[in-house]
Design a protein around this ligand. Structure first.
Ligand code: MUC
Ligand code: MN
Length: 396
């Protein structure tokens, strides 16, 4: 039984609302979704795909009190990084998830997540877009930042990591140096796994040589190697001073991930192998990595992300703030959740707003002193740019 809160007692709730409870005021009246294709500054190459524009599904929820909340689901190259394509995300939002939420109070975030779980298996990116939109709308209705609804921020800025993924060593060196000069990023993640390991490691060596001594370099293989590749090239990775190796083996190979973690002097990070709470428990209990990358599109929403983080923490596994090239809407949602965690030892990559030719918000995230800053203001604290949404929305 939910005890109704008195709307008039809550800061920021419109005083002229005809509804007398927060639950009435925040009932979901409508959900609208768009597929967006936003160009990136350069080609972004992974072991299993290469993109020159990033695919998003933006969602807007409109509440009975007139407040609008925004959320975003991101994909890389259609259903290649994970099984959800933008087309599937939009179809499942429009056909199954939105109807399960219409008429329900947005402020009951856990109950809404339950409704979505009943309406649809997996489809975590689609669910996280809606979950984020409800969080944004509830925060705006109450006049509080989203992190307050998640327990409150323990930090307001995050050490930021930039991803290098053109495959061209000279371009990557220049790009990394440019990021340092701008004061945006001084830690880097390089994508491996799309050329043969030796060629990839030569690129990494060129980068390591050109950057200031001690620069943090992380390698993300995106499932591109076998256990044998890893064993063979581990000494070279260690010689090059790589600080972390992300998901070198296929997602399902938890036992092999545990074997390589046990022999590696470099920490291994689980990414594509851990979407669900069960997978987090399995991977952490088996020692399939000593670091875990958190992403809303994998875990399906802010509360599930925090549960995954709790499992990792219980197992002594460190946390990394992952991304899937979200614009400032999705990136802000991540930062609000990350801000509330007891620890986020590895900082966050959330570089999406800076790799887009145009970020999709009017007042996007602030990058300064090699940190990305938690937005202030009610809800997510960022404002989607409607003109840009219209410009990049798929029209067919
Ligand atoms: O981490 C991934 O696997 C996906 C994505 C996020 C950043 C990036 O460069 O690729
Ligand atoms: Mn990854």
């Amino acid at each position: 039984m939910n005890t109704p809160l008195t709307a008039q007692s809550l800061t920021g709730l419109p005083q002229d609302t005809p509804h007398d409870t927060l639950q009435e005021a925040t009932r979901i009246r409508a959900v609208t979704s768009w597929i967006l294709e936003a160009p990136t500054r350069r080609k972004h190459k992974l072991s299993n795909t290469s993109i020159s524009y990033q695919g998003y599904v933006f969602v807007r929820v409109t509440l009975e009190n007139g407040v609008e909340g925004w959320g975003e689901a991101s994909t890389l190259g259609g259903p290649r990084w994970a099984e959800e394509s933008v087309e599937a995300i939009k179809a499942n939002i429009d056909t199954y998830l939105a109807p399960a939420l219409i008429g329900k109070p947005a402020c009951l975030l856990e109950a809404a997540a339950g409704e979505m779980a009943r309406a649809c298996k997996r489809n975590y990116a689609a669910k996280s877009a809606l979950d984020t939109a409800l969080l944004d709308a509830t925060g705006k209705s109450l006049g509080v930042p989203a992190h307050v609804l998640l327990g409150g921020a323990r930090r307001t800025s995050f050490s930021a990591i930039w991803a290098l993924a053109s495959g061209d060593a000279a371009q990557e060196v220049e790009e990394a140096q440019g990021m340092i000069e701008k004061g945006w990023f001084n830690r880097f993640k390089i994508k491996l796994g799309f050329a043969d390991p030796k060629t990839d490691l030569d690129r990494l060596a060129a980068l390591q040589k050109a950057l200031p001594p001690g620069t943090d370099i992380i390698a993300d293989v995106n499932q591109g190697w076998s256990e044998a590749d890893f064993i063979r090239y581990l000494p070279r990775l260690a010689d090059l001073g790589v600080s972390l190796v992300e998901q070198p083996l296929p997602a399902g190979q938890m036992a092999a991930m545990a074997r390589i973690s046990a022999r590696s002097p470099i920490p291994i990070m689980m990414d594509e192998g851990v979407f669900t709470l069960d997978e987090a428990f399995d991977g952490c209990a088996r020692g399939a990595g000593s670091v875990l990358s958190l992403k809303l599109c994998k875990h399906g929403g802010v509360h599930q992300l925090k549960q995954v983080a709790g499992v990792a923490q219980a197992a002594g596994v460190q946390l990394y703030g992952g991304c899937l090239l979200e614009s400032s809407v999705g990136a802000a949602a991540h930062l609000h959740a990350f801000a509330t965690l007891p620890a986020l030892e590895w900082g966050t990559e959330h570089f999406g707003p800076k790799i887009l030719i145009e970020d999709l918000c009017r007042d996007g995230l602030r990058y300064e002193n090699f940190e990305v800053h938690l937005p202030e203001g009610p809800g997510l604290g960022v404002t989607p740019d409607l003109d840009l949404i219209d410009r990049y929305a798929r029209k067919d």
